[in-house]
Design a protein. Structure first.
Length: 184
């Protein structure tokens, strides 16, 4: 019998208005959702999957929504209390109604699969969140990371590049796509 698959996700947030260099513009949301949905479906075939992710606007929420649609249980880890996290990582985009979507997913996830690290706001907090997600995923089964990532390193601690590097270092399966490469 094959071990269960831990669908781990990392990805860029939807760009805020005025971002100097586009990384994940709002007009790529639909294409990203389709790509993520296909990857979730393909990776989970017959493998008792569980999704592991945080909950930021953009890729995280798109991943969690894909898991919900496919009836895949999820485990969410936040570095801070949800109200603080919403202020740092969910609100601010001009489109997408991300805050409403976050709260819907948070409420739909059973309390025993929601973890709050209660850290101070910093890049290190996001890195700790990634480390915890990877630890949980490894404990669950075969790690399959789906990453909506531009392929660039150096975005700071706790970003998509960090989790891609860590997962590769542990021999996990990693699939990536740059948001700008997706059609509108």
């Amino acid at each position: 019998m094959e071990p269960p698959v831990a669908l781990l996700f990392t990805g860029h947030m939807i760009d805020l208005p005025g971002r100097s260099q586009a990384r994940f513009p709002p007009d790529r949301e639909t294409a990203a959702a389709i790509w993520i949905g296909k990857k979730v479906e393909a990776a989970s075939q017959g493998k008792a999957p569980m999704g592991f992710c945080s909950g930021a606007r953009g890729g995280d929420i798109l991943f969690l929504e894909a898991c919900l649609r496919q009836h895949i249980e999820t485990y969410i880890v936040l570095p801070f209390e949800p109200e603080v996290f919403v202020g740092t990582s969910v609100t601010g985009a001009a489109t997408g109604d991300w805050e409403k979507r976050f709260w819907h997913i948070w409420s739909a996830t059973p309390e025993h699969r929601r973890e709050i690290l209660r850290l101070e706001i910093s890049g290190a907090a996001y890195e700790a969140c990634n480390a915890r997600l990877l630890e949980l995923a490894r404990h669950y089964g075969t790690v399959h990371l789906i990453a909506l990532w531009d392929g660039k390193y150096g975005g700071g601690p706790g970003g998509a590049a960090h989790l891609v590097k860590e997962t590769r270092g542990l021999g996990g399966i990693v699939e990536t796509v740059a948001p700008l490469s997706l059609g509108c």
